[in-house]
Design a protein around this ligand. Sequence first.
Ligand code: AR6
Length: 234
Amino acid sequence: CKGTTKESLLLGAASKEVKESEDLAKGSVDADVSVGDITTLAFPSISTADFQFNNEKASDIIVEKVEEFVNKLENARLVLVDLSHGSKILSLVRAKAAKRNIDSKKFFTFVGDITRLYSQGGLRCNAIANAANWRLKPGGGGVNAAIFAAAGPSLGTATKERAKSLLPGHAVVVPLPSDSPLYTREGVSHVIHVLGPNMNPQRPNSLNNDYTKGCSILREAYTSLFTGFLSIVR
Ligand code: AR6
């Protein structure tokens, strides 16, 4: 991700990055030099799957918040990730970001598993966001289950040291222990858990279709996420 275009990353990582990946596989990279050099945050669309938040409204909020933060990030970049090329939220956000002339080097969308961005997609992301649950527990489904499973038990331990639970609209930055496979294989040094608004009546604290509250909480969630990322970039 560092200073390269997504196309060049997709075509093949630069030799320095290949070297880094070999070093990472051996677990020998100096965290201060490369893994800890925060430049890119990959994030999933918060609340739009299991929490059933409306995609049109969520895409407006994502673009609004990206626009607000992207210029505060200097050389850092934001990447919205989803699993499939048919992702509705990715296409909505892409179209709206293009209309607003958001710099595509600083913000773009990417299709892939957020736990395999480097090993499968060649996209090096030092920080990833998780659409968490309020107890910050592994499992459940979606991206939360995937991130906890890929990171191994040390993410659970590191998370508990930072927070026991989250309120909707809040985020917590968790440094990933260097024995985690997400760190050694993917080069991820931080996971940022975010709790978005829940519109699903079968999950705790459902907002029962109250989009006035829901939109306000989703805005707060992205503000907390991007502010948390800023705190580790600097
Ligand atoms: N890589 C990239 N994106 C993913 C992945 C993945 N591995 N898995 C899912 N997505 P969701 P929410 C996308 O449901 O709506 C959990 O059970 C997905 O397509 O994970 O905020 C938690 O424990 C969608 O675009 O999060 C909470 O209880 C986005 O990630 C609850 O779900 C978010 O989908 C949170 O629900």
